[in-house]
Write a protein that binds this ligand. Sequence first.
Ligand code: SAM
Ligand code: SF4
Ligand code: SF4
Length: 334
Amino acid sequence: MIRDQLGRELYDLRISITDRCNFRCFFCMPDGHEYQFFPREELLTFEEIERFVKALVPLGVRKVRLTGGEPLLRKNIEKLVELLSNIEGVEDISLTTNGFLLQKRAKSLKEAGLKRITVSLHSLRDDVLSELVGREVKVWDIIRGIERALEVGMNPVKVNVCVIRGVNSDEVVDIAKFFKSLGVVVRFIEFMDVGNLNQWSLEKVFPAKDMLELLSRHFELEPIEKSYRGEVAERYKYRDDRLEVGFISSITQPFCGDCTRLRLTADGKLLMCLFASEGYDVRALIRSGADERAIGDFVKSLWLKRKDRYSEERLQLLRMGIPLRKVEMFKVGG
Ligand code: SAM
Ligand code: SF4
Ligand code: SF4
């Protein structure tokens, strides 16, 4: 186990496997920009990702999440899921998707070893969803994917909802009700100032405590203890049900003190924080033929120096008007 400068262990790894996406969510990858995507040869191959993950298990990594861009756009990611599922020491593999391709892929992903999944769905209204994701999308196309994931036995199936004041904040209760009836766990996420393009402002943030207050008028909820250090969601259990609901309040109640996450971009850069302005190249090392020990030593040397705590410093930085260039969300993977 290794600890950074603030005493935080390295425990979970988020791997972005592509920076491409079939959506253009305005809070992540707004339409109307010329995006430059990584050329294919710059992407880490599945075998390179496998070697990297193996190298991190001795450092403490137990949880791996695949993300993107849209991870289901990467060809045959079932193969990657299978490779990672067979790594001794990795206890949990999950994937975050926008759900558009899930109906067709849920079965093969499950067969490859994916036990659980998170689907992002931000509205139950076609017009609002289409506006949010920058593409004509039918809510039921995504819900069918969620139902398919349940049918093939993924457990839990979770839904991420990015809540933006005045856009979908009036749907919090309806979304909670709907997914409670399906047996799906919802995570409501505060709109974050990731990247540089999404025109974020504090006024558009709908605080988690207001979401909780709204839900408390309709459901009886009781708080759940964190299941591990570094768990970002504040979780509540419905009294009349075994199901839970959670909030990720990165803006109003930052949780940097417990942040045990390392992020790897699709082109092999390591980010110590979701809001980092640059990454450390690990691809060159992997491609130089370095063994797992050398890769592990490199990551360890970076983690030991880590002292990032952007969310706790945000308000001060904003107040001082210090502009920051951050890596875009679709490159980092959330
Ligand atoms: N494309 C996949 C998806 O949308 O689920 C995976 C990648 S996406 C970057 C990962 C998560 O980040 C999604 O749940 C998405 O809603 C969330 N996200 C993106 N931009 C965000 C923002 N500005 N604030 C809060 N959450 C955001
Ligand atoms: Fe694509 Fe996900 Fe970003 Fe939306 S949030 S643009 S689906 S990567
Ligand atoms: Fe972790 Fe950075 Fe988010 Fe803080 S702001 S919780 S350090 S990723």
